[in-house]
Write a protein that binds this ligand. Structure first.
Ligand SMILES: [Zn+2]
Length: 470
């Protein structure tokens, strides 16, 4: 068995690892590269392998940087099954359809620019979408959904087991066991993105018993997160402060994971935070679809969430929660002067409906904006967090007088102590290759693993191959 690293080796997005095992070729994930325009242009590049020669894909979870190039893989000739956990299979449909719609809208805009003589010859690639809704439909037909902890034979001599990674609903660590006819079994483990212990709704990351090689996703390998309790207390303080100032609260949030976590905290602290007096808007059709998927898969919630499920208010459907479906519903929120909590995408405010809410609320001191996730360089969210006095939104120069709050600590990623803890539960501290993560994060984690366990650990490089065991 052998692994070849293609994507997310030395960067954070574009997860894609090739595995040769039992005479077959597999991919672990096939993710979209995210970032600036130049980074995203690389999504159109060759894969570095022949899509038609791949026999199967195993998908760790539904975040777009892990699944977003699957329709392109199918478009370029992949005809095998895509194995994944059941909830991920449902989320995959939501994520890929959204991604195709965005890409089709971008292509349409590029064509219009060109027709109006504003286009640039260099943009020619962008006149075609990366993939369409038809490509997505063809991709979804290839999905084979399985449960956690259920060994599944992919090919003779190759067995897959998915373990709960506790990162988002349906997220999995991937365990592949190859048993040659005449030799002893070899085990390859890919952690996938591991979540934090105690993340609401989700179970804690499950350990894997044994491995000959571990691919460890180390996005936050250099960090220690702050305590969740402090974060939750801070959320409550912002709502009280905002109520006293007679304003509204705008929260840019990602549709998958963060939004559901917020709603869960709302339900848990409904009375203490005085939330019954607010109107809560979930202004994201995508997040609403994701809520439906969560509800269908309550069986994989943690015990606390299952208990909360039986109570009122129901953990994800507060009595005063309004789902804004249409653009008109979304615009109507602008007429509310005070007492509205507005959760809207995108999470870094660089797109989506949250922009028009910010445009309307930022000029007034009584309103509040709460950031609950990472804000990348170059995004509107980051400029606001950094204290910009003016920002440009939808063609308007907008003065920023609203109160800004950055609430850290709601990360969906395991930090260094949690990664070390997960790794320490695998028998005999096997060799490890660190994937996903900028080099300083990976180096910090590698140093810690060497010091604590004497692990044979290296950082994956694009194009590099590594054999499993022996
Ligand atoms: Zn993820």
């Amino acid at each position: 068995m052998r692994v070849i690293f293609h994507g997310a080796a030395g960067e954070v997005t574009g997860s894609c690892h090739e595995v040769e095992a039992a005479g077959h070729r597999l991919l672990l994930d096939c993710g979209l590269i995210q970032g600036g325009r130049e980074d995203e242009a690389r999504n159109r590049d060759e894969f570095g392998f022949d899509a038609g020669a791949i026999d199967a894909v195993v998908l760790s979870h539904a975040h777009i940087d892990h699944c977003g190039r699957l329709p392109l893989l199918v478009k370029r000739g992949f005809r095998g099954p895509i194995w994944t956990q059941r909830a991920t299979a449902d989320l995959l449909k939501v994520m890929l359809e959204d991604s195709a719609r965005l890409s089709m809208a971008d292509a349409e805009r590029a064509r219009r620019r060109l027709n109006e003589g504003r286009g640039d010859r260099d943009d020619e690639d962008e006149l075609e979408p990366l993939y369409t809704l038809d490509d997505v439909a063809r991709t979804l037909k290839r999905v084979r959904a399985i449960d956690y902890d259920t060994p599944t034979t992919l090919f003779p001599g190759l067995v897959l087991t998915l373990r709960d990674a506790g990162h988002i609903l349906g997220s999995a660590s991937i365990e592949l066991v190859e048993t040659p006819r005449d030799g002893k079994p070899r085990v390859l483990v890919f952690s996938g993105d591991l979540g934090k212990k105690g993340t609401p709704i989700l179970r804690d990351p499950a350990p894997v018993p044994r491995a000959d090689l571990v691919l460890l996703a180390s996005t936050y390998g250099g960090r220690t997160h702050r305590e969740r309790a402090a974060t939750v207390a801070e959320l409550g303080r912002v709502f009280h402060e905002a109520w006293d100032s007679r304003g509204c609260v705008v929260i840019p949030a990602f549709a998958v994971g963060r939004t559901q976590e917020l709603l869960y905290w709302f339900a848990q602290h409904f009375d203490a935070w005085g939330l019954q007096r607010w109107k809560v808007f979930l202004d994201s059709p995508m997040a609403a679809k994701v809520l439906d998927v969560y509800e269908r898969h309550a069986a994989i919630f943690d015990e606390e969430a299952k208990r909360a499920w039986a109570k009122r208010p129901h953990a994800l459907r507060l009595p005063n929660l309004h789902l804004s479906e249409s653009t008109e519903d979304s615009m109507a929120i602008n007429r509310i002067d005070s007492g509205a909590i507005i959760i809207a995408g995108s999470g870094m405010a660089n797109g989506g409906r949250v922009r028009h809410h910010l445009r309307h609320r930022l000029p007034f001191e009584r309103h509040h904006v709460m950031f609950v996730g990472y804000q990348a360089q170059g995004t509107l969210g980051r400029r606001l967090v950094d204290g910009a006095a003016y920002v440009r939104i939808l063609g308007h120069e907008v003065p920023v007088r609203a109160q800004r709050h950055t609430v850290g600590g709601l990360s969906a990623h395991a930090d260094q102590p949690a990664l070390l803890d997960w790794y320490s539960q695998i028998a005999d501290t096997p060799p490890a290759v660190l994937v996903h993560g900028e080099d300083d994060a990976r180096q910090a984690l590698a140093r810690a693993m060497r010091a604590r366990f004497g692990t044979d650990v290296e950082l994956a490089q694009p194009g590099q191959a590594r054999s499993v065991g022996a």
